[in-house]
Design a protein around this ligand. Structure first.
Ligand code: FES
Ligand SMILES: [Fe+2]
Length: 379
């Protein structure tokens, strides 16, 4: 966990995007592109994505703030494998199968954080430490010769960096691109933030339709006319990549050209940075808080999306609580739930009808085309 007090300033990459916005650069595609509708609706395509992407690559489980203290644990089922995320006595994060080594019982059955100095199986009370070690067996005399050391919880690869916790089902997964994001996230101080709220949306849409909504700003003035459009009145977008991930910035050119672009507080007011963490998560950086969106596909046409809001510190009075509550409602319910996710679900219904065989992308939507090329390449 990142507990160091740091002086936060933009990274060179973040600064370069702000400079590009101040110059009035805008990232535009060269022309129209199309994507076959079947990439969103074909069950076989979905099965191939599960094998090649979701069973292989590192995925986001949540922010470090999900487990703020040592000896804590939480169950996580969104990726289809029953997991327990823990923080051990030394503060280290681990990911285990949520399955008892005795006879397979599910160990933790709550999606809230639980104290976990010992994780005790509800069936016969085998007890595990939050580092996975099998610590105790009632009536141990009935298991002659059992090697306790070989019966710890099954552990998966896990990396905590930049204030985010990643895991992979595949033990040979490469976390290099997850680590490469850490300097950018550290610049926002993500590791020191407080988890204000989290909520899981159940969206009747293919997972890529959720991600698509965060890869173009073409819809912002239309779909979000009554929520956030005003914040992006003359917004333009620039973008680049960090490994397989995409970094984008939307900003107000005129205001940006007037401010000290090394002043992080002013810069964050002028520029909204968003990151698409390949494959299926998004980080949205507002002036004083951050949302993580973690999309977890359940079937070709259904996706759970967890929205997590991170704020600088726990609210200490009603005024602060009201402030964060309004921000939470504006984005979680208003913008994401009722607009972006709803649009994704409507898209899914239209595409599933089979009435069009391809979608058409304009020059403002080339970020989507890049994303779909990466998905294609991963298959
Ligand atoms: S199944 Fe867990 S202790 Fe028996
Ligand atoms: Fe949107």
């Amino acid at each position: 966990m990142d507990q160091m007090v740091k002086v936060h300033r933009p990274t060179l990459g973040q600064r370069a995007l702000a400079e590009a916005l101040a110059r009035g650069d805008a990232a535009l595609g060269e022309g129209i592109e199309t994507i076959p509708a079947a990439v969103y609706t074909d069950p076989e395509r979905y099965a191939a994505e599960r094998r090649a992407i979701f069973d292989r690559l590192p995925h986001l489980l949540g922010p470090s703030a999900l487990l703020p203290g040592s000896n804590q644990a939480i169950a996580h089922d969104g990726y289809g494998t029953p997991l327990i995320l823990t923080r051990d006595a030394d503060g280290r994060a681990h990911v285990f199968a949520n399955v008892c080594r005795h006879r397979g019982t599910r160990l933790i059955d709550s999606d809230e954080v639980v104290p976990a100095k010992r994780i005790v199986c509800p069936y016969h009370a085998w007890a595990y430490k939050p580092d996975g070690e099998l610590a105790g067996i009632p009536r141990a005399d009935c298991f002659p010769g059992l090697d306790k050391a070989a019966n710890g919880l099954h552990e998966f690869s896990c990396v905590e960096a930049g204030g985010l916790i990643w895991w992979a089902k595949d033990e040979s997964a490469d976390f290099g691109d997850a680590l490469a994001l850490a300097p950018d996230l550290d610049a926002f101080g993500v590791g020191g933030l407080h988890l204000y709220r989290r909520r899981t949306h159940d969206v009747a849409a293919n997972w890529k339709l959720i991600i698509d909504a965060f890869l173009e700003s073409y819809h912002v003035q239309r779909l979000h006319a009554s929520t956030i459009a005003g914040f992006f009145a003359d917004g333009i977008t620039v973008a680049d990549t960090i490994g397989v991930h995409q970094r984008a910035a939307v900003g107000r050119t005129s205001y940006l050209s007037e401010i000290d672009r090394d002043d992080w507080t002013l810069l964050r007011k002028a520029v909204t940075y968003t990151y698409q963490l390949f494959p299926a998560s998004v980080v949205i950086v507002s002036p004083d808080y951050i949302n993580l969106l973690i999309a977890m596909p359940q079937s070709v046409g259904r996706t759970l999306v967890e929205d997590i809001m991170l704020i600088p510190e726990p609210p200490t009075n009603n005024e602060a609580e009201d402030h964060w509550q309004r921000s939470w409602e504006l984005l979680d319910e208003g913008t994401f739930g009722n607009e972006d996710f709803q649009a994704a679900a409507l898209c899914m219904r239209g595409l599933s009808s089979g009435q069009i065989d391809r979608v058409t992308l304009g020059t403002l939507e080339h970020g989507l085309a890049d994303f779909h090329r990466k998905v294609e390449a991963a298959l």
